[in-house]
Design a protein around this ligand. Sequence first.
Ligand code: PBG
Length: 337
Amino acid sequence: MPDHPLAHAAFPAARFRRLRRTAALRDLVQENRLSVANLIWPVFIRDGEGVEEPVASMPGVVRRSLDRLIVAAREARDLGIPAICLFPYTDPALRTEDCAEAWNPANLTNRAIRRLKAEVPDIAVMTDVALDPYNALGHDGLVRDGVILNDETNAALVRMALAQAEAGADILGPSDMMDGRIGAMRAALEAAGHRDVAILSYAAKYASAFYGPFRDAVGAGTRLVGDKKTYQMNPGNSDEALRLVARDLAEGADMVMVKPGMPYLDICRRVKDAFGVPTFAYQVSGEYAMIRAAAERGWIDGEKAMVESLLAFRRAGCDGILTYFAPAVARMLAESA
Ligand code: PBG
């Protein structure tokens, strides 16, 4: 018997290629798998009727009016995708420095939640809790004299979260990176009787260049004054991610996220190993755009790169992935089943 779990016989007794010889054998010993159940689909929404407006920097991704969102959600549900995550493109006239549209019970996101819960009740609805789609200055928090205000932002985020819970959201996704927001939201949800609303905290969210196409999609890119480095994480840090996850769990998060995804797989693995909680990665807009752009030029096989990139998250310990590829990969998985 080998005395170390990784000890094995020497060549030629050990030939690893024996188990790679046929597809059946490879399948039999595959350690990690991608399933449609692992997917959360981020969707951009906008006002109007019958509109599907392409996002230039994200080929294949559109901003949908709510009637088209319902159609897309039905398709996603029929493919077996368990959850959809809403991101609004807000009318520029509604973007203000106080961000009041964020907690308007009748804002685009809250109307979308109500319609989804009424018309496609069996898909879980996740939201984004952050002020950037409503902020004249493009930041996730309230800004005074160029400074992002932490505690004042938390009060605004609580109002926003309550409005989303009231509309029927299943999962709240605070992506703002203020300190203390999870505890504040959890306390407010309990007090308002929303005991079963889950929080998937963007716990380890890095200040990343890979969000560029997303900011185009929600119309926040050209507005953003400065950068997000005073609240999002420094890409050089790793231990800090564990402290943030511990903090958010202690404050009442049910699930945690690492974001972006592929450049931060080491963080996914550390989080999963350290906490064993439901762990998600966000394969962000720039990651999607890179794969799509290279595929369009014929430089890589887009479908294979998509599947390989998603399988990598499973290997790194993630329970699930937020990905713009969700419907495409769900269709592929359905065909190969
Ligand atoms: C903002 C938010 C961002 C993303 C999700 N929520 C962008 C940012 O922090 O600037 C990025 C998602 C993506 O790039 O796909 N609250």
